[in-house]
Design a protein around this ligand. Structure first.
Ligand code: KG4
Length: 363
């Protein structure tokens, strides 16, 4: 490993206009992710993951949600050591890099700007191209990360991907690495957002998803019933469920002020079961209507035990082949940005130096 390689400062064409080298050198991509509250860097060589380093930000726990200004400050502190660690663990020097892939959006603008500016500075200093990555595309392509010594289980095209996170709930038709179409999405709250808010109402910690998941394992999923949306097509809605949860709780608390403490696990299990049921219902309809049996799940909520189990049940009941990411690739990580960068690099799909970050951008 040589982690002390100095940047090549020889004058060169603007980074974004440089073509990929057709030589036999491996394609080595440094991925950088900073869209929310995780600062992450990863190195992928010829599609194989060499390192994936993430610094999470505990500072937000005290506020019950991500505070954008604190997030961008923490990214600034973390970005240099995280990138350094990723290169070091990969045994790759800066001179070995073919390109730098970075999350351009969607996300918190202040957070994105740290990663985007860092990627631009580093690419300019090294004279290598930059590849801009849509964070949501990254979540979907996490299914194509190859790890040394791990047998590959990649979905064939076309497949459906349920993309569920704190900010998104979408059904994506994936035709190719760079050809994706959203066929259904939430018209209001995302699934993760609804779970987090209900957890907050119960006075549990942040983020609520993993806490609800843990509690749900000890509870009865049929104990309580909450509103389910009646939305046409393959779209989702979770705001009604959130309201129904809040109003039901208020009513029950009137008769028993310790209702939450007495029924914590049952509330969590019933909430989780409702969210999973809503998600799987539309996914099942979409899969049937498009006659697709290869179905994947991605995003932070795909870490949920109940949702993972529902995928396995659907595989058995409906003959689906299902693709469930490893836990480390469910929440925000740079490995998914690097693998997306890898495929865009092979397509020669680079971005110019003046590319701005986007807080909102479609898939
Ligand atoms: O993809 P992600 O890390 O960030 C973005 O929103 O982009 O997703 C975060 C979401 C949060 O809402 C969090 O509560 C949820 O994923 N989450 C879970 C679990 N782990 C994380 N939700 C349910 N069960 C889990 N085990």
């Amino acid at each position: 490993m040589n982690d002390n390689t100095q940047p090549d400062n020889t004058p060169s064409a603007p980074a974004a206009q440089q073509p990929p080298t057709a030589a036999t050198k491996p394609v080595v991509i440094l991925g950088i992710e900073s869209s929310c509250d995780d600062t992450s860097a990863a190195v992928i060589s010829d599609g194989v993951l060499l390192s994936n380093v993430t610094a999470s930000q505990a500072v937000h726990e005290a506020y019950g949600g991500v505070v954008p200004e604190l997030a961008s400050r923490a990214h600034q502190q973390n970005i240099v050591p995280v990138v350094d660690q990723a290169l070091c663990r990969a045994g790759v020097s800066r001179a070995d890099l073919s390109a730098i892939a970075f999350t351009r959006g969607p996300g918190l603008l202040g957070s994105l700007l740290v990663g985007v500016s860092f990627a631009k500075g580093m690419a300019a200093a090294l004279g290598i191209p930059m590849v801009d990555v849509n964070h949501l595309q990254g979540h979907v392509l996490a299914h194509f990360i190859r790890e040394p010594g791990v047998e590959a289980h990649h979905p064939p095209f076309p497949f459906l991907c349920l993309l569920v996170s704190g900010g998104n709930s979408q059904i994506v038709l994936v035709r190719a690495y760079n050809d994706m179409q959203i066929i259904g999405q939430t018209i209001d709250d995302a699934a993760g957002e609804a779970i987090d808010k209900c957890s907050k109402v119960m006075g549990l910690g942040y983020p609520g998803g993993p806490i609800i998941d843990r509690l749900a394992r000890q509870g009865n999923p049929d104990a309580f019933h909450f509103a389910r949306p009646a939305i046409p097509g393959f779209d989702y809605s979770f705001s009604g469920l959130k309201t129904s949860f809040l109003y039901s709780l208020r009513e029950w608390l009137q008769t028993d002020p310790d209702f939450i403490a007495h029924h914590k696990a049952d509330l969590a299990a019933s909430l989780e079961a409702t969210v999973v049921d809503i998600l799987m219902n539309k996914l099942r309809r979409a899969a049937k209507s498009l006659d697709i049996k290869h179905v994947a799940v991605a995003g932070g909520v795909s870490a949920n035990t109940g949702l993972r189990q529902a995928f396995l049940d659907h595989a058995r009941r409906f003959g689906w082949t299902v693709y469930i990411p490893k836990f480390g690739f469910t929440t925000d990580n740079a490995a998914m940005i690097a693998i997306t960068g890898h495929y865009k690099y092979l397509d020669g799909d680079f971005c110019p130096m003046d590319a701005p970050a986007f807080s909102r951008v479609a898939l």
